[in-house]
Design a protein. Structure first.
Lengths: 177, 346
């Protein structure tokens, strides 16, 4: 009988304690962050969308080789000796035209392995993470600064240069006698 | 002809209250649960999310009415209607104000107990007709629970009948008129030593009745018939679209119905806890408006307490549920009944 009554007392008492706690929580401000309006401050070394600074890129293809997901596609054409390709910010002379520099973010696994080998530190992580798209093809970002026509011209130029060189080699050398 | 129209209008009046109430209660429940968990709750649809439930109900009405091939079509289709009819029928005997009561029958309390047990049949029907093990288990649990918990409810009601001498809820509300110390929870309007002797037992009766009605409407901590983690969602698992909406509506209508039955019995029903402004100012038509306000406010307060308990207490096990009823509530209410009867006889 004593246990019976103490059970009842315990039940009522603990319900009152619980109700007190939940009632207090009614007035505690919510911890929710209203996402599109408010955003969390990102950590310093966060890994998100890549960005390539094409002014610095020398087309060395190291990022593409480091990529475990093979999402970086680079095509380059050698510059002609007569052309001036400009310099990187570290005063290195560029030797290649980067005719294509595509990163497919649908494949990218955001591992940052491409960032470390870059000799000119031109590929880096940004803090942009809201770039979802309804088409996978829209996730292929083209970073190359050359237009398709320009790239074709560079390719043609180089092919011509090579052809001239080969022709020069094939032609019998002029004898001076 | 005119009589028929008046009857139909009379029937439709509580519906005009219950449907907006259900829309409000769903929003209110989501908000209360969110605030108790330090969240924000729905806040995108309209200002502060006011239109959330309207959007929900429109979505539910547009949904495809899925019916599995193995269901018992007739029972499956009438069960949601009967569930709602059962909980709606209870409103017939509940006085909304002194000016409106669906049917002022002398067996009001008995009638309410009877029609709310009628819901058990409809729930069993839904569970059986769905031809699904979860719905059947849920329905059987619901039936066992509702039938068990009706006993303490009825015993408490009997003790109230002994005090007030009436089963008519409108007379019972009249009985507790003029001020809050005349409410039955404070011993009723008859002055003298009996009033004060009854007070503690009225409180016990009130608690027992509130707990058992909570179990009758299958709310947490007594929600084992629709225990989400065990039974998907109990007897309404196979329902979709408008039929599911009817179960939902019935659940919220039931919550309000049991709250106002408890209020009508113990807390003076539609009576104001102090005088009426309408009487003081001499505007007689204003009194029912005030009464409706008090009726709705008390009812919604107890619905809030149901939600409050839901977010406070964990769900009971089946054996704990039956222990609670048969070993605690029924003996307590029986002893309570004897003591109250003794006090009234003396």
């Amino acid at each position: 009988m004593k246990e019976y009554l103490s059970n009842i007392y315990l039940a009522l008492y603990t319900i009152a304690v619980g109700m007190k706690i939940t009632f207090r929580h009614l007035f505690i401000p919510a911890v929710t962050i209203l996402y599109p309006e408010e955003k969390v401050v990102l950590p310093e070394r966060v890994r998100n969308r890549l960005y390539v600074n094409m002014d610095d890129c020398i087309g060395c293809d190291q990022c593409s080789r480091a990529c475990p997901a093979s999402c970086i596609t680079i095509e380059t054409v050698k510059g002609l000796p007569t052309e001036d390709l400009g310099k990187t910010s570290q005063a290195k002379k560029k030797a290649l035209w980067v005719t294509r520099f595509d990163i497919d973010f649908a494949k990218c696994c955001y591992c940052q392995l491409c960032v470390y080998p870059c000799p000119t530190e031109c590929i880096k992580m940004t803090d942009v993470y809201e770039f979802s798209d309804i088409r996978r093809s829209n996730l292929i970002y083209n970073f190359s600064t050359l237009t398709a026509d320009e790239a074709a011209v560079k390719k043609a130029n180089y092919a011509k240069f090579e052809a001239e060189k080969a022709a020069a080699k094939a032609a019998p050398p002029k004898t001076e006698n | 002809m005119l009589d028929t129209i008046i009857y139909i209008l009379n029937i439709a009046v509580p519906l005009g209250f219950i449907i907006p109430f259900a829309l409000f209660a769903v929003y209110f429940e989501r908000k209360v649960s969110a605030f108790m968990q330090d969240r924000l709750g729905p806040n995108r649809t309209g200002p502060r999310g006011y239109f959330q439930t309207i959007a929900d109900i429109i979505k539910l009405l547009q949904k495809e009415d899925i019916m599995a091939s193995a269901v018992d079509k007739v029972l499956f289709n009438i069960a949601p209607v009967l569930v709602f009819a059962g909980s709606y029928a209870a409103f017939a005997a509940i006085p909304f104000t002194s000016a409106y009561i669906g049917s002022s029958i002398d067996l009001g309390l008995l009638y309410i107990v009877a029609v709310s047990s009628f819901v058990v049949a409809a729930i069993l029907m839904a569970g059986w007709a769905s031809n699904n093990k979860y719905t059947l288990l849920g329905a059987m649990r619901a039936a066992a629970q509702m039938i068990s918990y009706e006993i303490p409810t009825v015993i408490v009601i009997i003790s109230i009948i002994i005090i007030a001498g009436t089963m008519n809820l409108s007379t019972l509300s009249e009985y507790q008129t003029s001020s809050f110390y005349n409410w039955l929870i404070f011993g009723g309007p008859d002055m003298g030593w009996k009033k004060f002797a009854i007070i503690p037992f009225a409180w016990i009766g009130f608690l027992v009745m509130y707990i058992s009605t909570l179990a009758e409407v299958n709310r947490t901590p007594f929600d084992i018939p629709e225990a989400d983690s065990e039974l998907v969602s109990g007897y309404s698992t196979e329902y979709s679209g408008i039929k599911f909406a009817m179960f939902f509506l019935a659940e919220y209508a039931n919550m309000f119905a049991v709250s106002v039955v408890v209020v009508s019995i113990f807390l003076g029903g539609y009576q104001s806890p102090f005088g009426y402004l309408g009487n003081t100012l001499g505007i007689s038509w204003f009194v029912p408006v005030e009464q409706f306000f008090w009726f709705a406010a008390k009812g919604i307060f107890f619905v809030f307490v149901q939600m409050w308990l839901r977010w406070t207490l964990p769900r009971l096990r089946v054996d704990q549920l039956m222990t609670m009823c048969w070993k605690y509530l029924i003996p307590i209410s029986l002893v309570n009944l004897l003591i109250i009867a003794l006090i009234m006889v003396l």
